[in-house]
Design a protein around this ligand. Structure first.
Ligand code: FE2
Ligand code: FE2
Length: 154
């Protein structure tokens, strides 16, 4: 029998008060919930969708950090790339037959994201709000703070 793991539930602590980040995060949490429900037959294609969504999500945040010269961006981006690497490794294990590992990773991804969103993403959201960043044009109207220390690698 397939072991099931609970996935992250959307909660108020995840709200960053920045629509274009919150919308993506809600979609991500929805995808994790779908993974807990899906049959074994449909698990790997869905996991690929989670990876694709996460890649696009992280790429956008990485780009915004570059565009606005966000100081702690390199630590944040490194966390993104490390997580994507793990997710791809788990997809390979899944393709080799270890579906339980995919389901367990989905659970752990939710735990990781809960921390990531409230730490690094919250710091980024605060910065993007402060510089009045427009994600459509990439423009921002306020100068970046020189000494932003939120979300360091520490
Ligand atoms: Fe994010
Ligand atoms: Fe992030």
């Amino acid at each position: 029998m397939t072991q099931t793991y609970p996935s992250l539930e959307w909660n108020n602590d995840l709200v960053l008060d920045l629509n274009f980040m919150d919308d993506t995060h809600r979609e991500f949490v929805d995808l994790l919930a779908q993974v807990t429900e899906v049959t074994d037959e449909a698990l790997l294609p869905l996991w690929d969708s989670v990876i694709a969504h996460t890649q696009a999500h992280f790429d956008r945040e990485d780009r915004w950090m570059e565009q606005t010269q966000f100081g702690p961006g390199s630590c944040h981006s490194r966390e993104h790339s490390q997580m994507l690497q793990i997710m791809r490794e788990v997809a390979k294990r899944g393709a080799a037959g270890n579906l339980a590992m995919v389901r367990q990773m989905n659970h752990e991804l939710g735990i990781w994201f809960n921390t990531h969103a409230q730490g690094m993403d919250a710091g980024l959201a605060e910065h993007l709000r402060a510089v009045e960043f427009d994600p459509v044009t990439g423009a921002f109207t306020q100068p970046a703070e020189a000494d932003v220390s939120v979300g360091g690698c520490g």
